[in-house]
Design a protein around this ligand. Structure first.
Ligand SMILES: [Zn+2]
Length: 184
């Protein structure tokens, strides 16, 4: 499958859509996340349901997303599957006149009157990223123990101690005392 095919699988063909309501389903997969350079999500599966309502030059899209994505744990750096869930409404305006529209709290995507398609990939990606918790940590297991990579934690602790040792050796104070010792 080429890049183009992949790109178009998150598109709603607004131009050929009749007025009224319709639902769409999109499946987000590993290839989806690879499209976004520097993505902190390496893999994942998310089901996206979009309830669309087309009315005149506007389209309201109600999103419901649910799935699991792979992210690095803040504590041990191992990747783990984090559950994500997102609900939001996006209003798409085809008036080409963003300033006169007042959508208050809803998010708005501005299109031009002749535009026939809406690519939702960026919106879906950003919404998934937004739904990730600020702190990403391995969830505890059933016994309430941390599921973090213990070897990695031990290694990180060693590195930290080593860094601290180097830092104190390079401090002016330690040089001073070492120099003082040499003169004795
Ligand atoms: Zn961890």
């Amino acid at each position: 499958m080429g890049k183009k095919d992949n790109l178009y699988s998150y598109v709603i063909a607004y131009g050929s859509l009749p007025q009224g309501k319709r639902s769409f389903r999109f499946e987000v997969n590993d290839a989806f996340f690879r499209r976004f350079e520097g993505s902190e999500i390496s893999e994942g599966r998310v089901s996206v349901r979009v309830d669309a309502e087309k009315a005149g030059s506007f389209m309201t899209l109600a999103f419901a997303m649910e799935g699991n994505v792979k992210v690095a744990c803040d504590r041990c750096l191992d990747e783990f599957l984090a559950p994500v869930a997102f609900e939001g409404v996006l209003t798409v305006s085809f008036t080409g006149d963003a300033e006169e529209d007042d959508f208050s709290e809803d998010e708005v995507m501005n299109m031009q009157p002749g535009d026939a398609e809406v690519d939702l990939a960026q919106y879906i990606y950003e919404s998934i990223c937004l739904s990730l918790p600020m702190q990403r940590l391995h969830p505890d297991d059933e016994q309430g123990r941390s599921a973090c990579n213990k070897d990695m934690l031990a290694k990180l602790r060693e590195l930290q101690q080593e860094a601290q040792r180097v830092k104190s050796e390079n401090s002016p104070w330690s040089k001073l005392s070492a120099g003082g010792a040499a003169h004795k």
